[in-house]
Design a protein around this ligand. Structure first.
Ligand code: NDP
Length: 495
């Protein structure tokens, strides 16, 4: 393979964030290599599309079985590359399998051709709509959920009939390669799912290539670069970006359950979750009781290697962000009830609970991506909703309340909200997942997630000539006046 660049290393290493040891070495694919992969994907696209929904579902089921049989090995790889506990990695795999199954089973019903009714003026036409694959979809994924997150795009893009070229994060490359190898065992005939490996340059090359759509999941800042690159070819993009999600606790909430959800939502995966809880707004009547419960539950929790429930921070540079947020919060009057600046120990960050933090501090406004929670007292649920919505992000949210959960959730401006459970909406295959504002646009999962990787194609067939032939130069004055009378009947009697 010829390289366009001369001095760039042709391979790169993936390091374990817990130990620093090299756990894999992979090629850095340059522009030519990416274009070659996209060409191969185009070559396979007709075969995959014309295989039809049933055959694709059969192959995707086989892939699902391959992943299921290899899940211990895959979980080990996730653990080695990005550091999360093996049992959390297995949970992530289960969730990805659920969505994969749903996409394979429902693609035909959601995307297949169906008849639709014309309007009164166009009754002489039979109308059909169907959702067609783009051909080749490029998927760019993050490292924090290296199975669940890319599969949220890949499974749906494949089920819709696209071939896929996947660029995993350089921090979780082995996981991406493993998934593609498992796919090749299920679909050996053609390169329907390929992986290109490398850093941001490889992802950028994929954005410039002849793909029909890019499914991007990652930070908002990188998302802007992806969008700019895709603008050159007018390539449509799905943007699954960052978040600053909040959890609301109403006065009548189950405080133990709310604290458990805040803790898991904030600290699991070492806080490196797009939908992770980073802010907690608690009704003043239960603020003290909630804090006591939260602190009690958190004291036992430790970050560490091996069997610890919280793993390392995956990206070394993220430690600086976490440090800056804690530092800024404390410098501006906040207090660390647990953790704090001392919480950062090498690549590990111990659970940190901050209170009395001003709303305009970085710990409240920016994505921290570490095991920190900012807990804030609010006088009313109106105030809670106002503060939750006062954010550039709008990915998810959680509400704990007995009586007014739905009413509170309805007022939150986010792509999804879960009531009395953390992040449930992301795990339910029939529900769409995505964000608003700086959290992105477009949806994965559910029917919307299937349609996301297609374009709508409309077809009409004239069944008989219309008595009101409109789109012809032979249209007469009599027809014009008939239409004029008709339009008054159809549209002029309102109000
Ligand atoms: P990044 O934005 O750093 O990277 C995401 C992907 O983009 C990686 O594969 C990265 O490659 C690649 N990339 C980097 N630069 C470019 C470029 N110029 N053009 C194309 N691709 C590029 O995100 P992280 O991997 O650090 O993931 C964490 C972020 O992802 C958080 O903000 C999190 O909130 C968000 N996220 C959102 C989710 C959602 O559903 N909304 C789900 C999961 C995470 P490389 O890593 O090799 O640099």
């Amino acid at each position: 393979m010829t390289s366009l660049t001369v001095d760039r290393p042709t391979t790169f290493d993936v390091h374990s964030p817990a130990t620093g040891t090299v756990v894999g070495t992979y090629p850095s694919h340059d522009e030519l290599a990416v274009e070659a992969a996209v060409d191969r994907a185009h070559g396979a696209a007709t075969w995959w599309r014309t295989a039809g929904f049933a055959e694709r579902a059969r192959r995707l089921d086989r892939w699902r079985a391959e992943i299921t049989r290899g899940r211990d090995e895959l979980a080990d790889l996730v653990h080695a590359e990005m550091g999360k506990p093996r049992s959390d990695a297995k949970l992530e795999i289960v969730m990805a399998l659920e969505h994969l199954k749903w996409a394979a089973r429902h693609a035909e019903k959601v995307l297949g051709p169906r008849s639709v009714t014309p309007s009164l003026l166009t009754l002489n036409h039979a109308c059909r709509v169907e959702y067609r694959p783009f051909g080749v979809v490029g998927v760019i994924g993050p490292w924090n959920y290296p199975v669940f997150t890319p599969l949220s795009s890949i499974s749906f893009a494949l089920a819709a009939g696209n071939t896929v070229v996947f660029k995993p994060s350089e921090y979780s490359t082995g996981v991406g390669v493993w998934l593609a190898d498992a796919f090749a065992r299920a679909v050996p005939e053609h390169p329907v799912l390929q992986v290109v490996t490398g850093g941001g340059d490889t992802g950028a090359a994929l954005c410039r290539s002849r793909v029909g759509k890019i499914g991007f999941t990652g930070s908002t800042e990188t998302g802007k670069r992806v969008l700019a690159a895709c603008a050159q070819r007018l390539t449509p993009v799905l943007m699954e970006c960052g978040g600053k999600d909040a959890l609301i606790v109403d006065a009548d909430a189950d405080l133990r359950a709310a604290a458990d959800a805040a803790l898991w939502g904030g600290m699991s995966n070492a806080g490196q979750t797009c939908l992770g809880v980073e802010r907690v707004y608690v009704h003043t009547d239960v603020y003290d009781a909630f804090l006591t419960e939260l602190l009690d539950q958190t004291r036992e929790l430790r970050a560490g290697s091996g069997d610890a429930k919280i793993g390392p921070i995956t990206m070394p540079k993220q430690l600086e962000v976490i440090r800056r947020h804690i530092d800024d919060a404390i410098a501006r009057g906040g207090r660390a009830l647990l953790g704090g600046l001392d919480a950062i120990e090498g690549q590990f960050v111990q659970p940190t609970i901050l209170v009395d933090v001003p709303e305009d501090s970085a710990a409240v406004t920016e994505e921290t991506f570490g095991p920190t929670l900012v807990v804030t007292r609010v006088a009313t649920m109106d105030e809670a909703v106002e503060r939750v919505n006062d954010s550039d992000y709008g990915l998810g949210a959680t509400v704990f309340a007995r009586r007014h959960g739905q009413a509170i959730a309805d007022r939150i401006e986010s792509g999804g909200t879960s009531i009395n459970a953390f992040v449930a909406h992301a795990t339910i295959p029939t529900l769409p997942l995505g964000g608003v504002g700086a959290s992105g646009f477009g949806r994965v999962h559910g029917p919307d997630g299937l349609r996301e990787f297609t374009y709508a194609k409309a077809t009409t067939r004239q069944r008989f000539p219309s008595p009101l032939a409109l789109t012809t130069f032979t249209r007469s004055a009599a027809i014009d006046s008939a239409v004029d009378r008709l339009v008054s009947v159809l549209h002029g009697r309102i109000g």
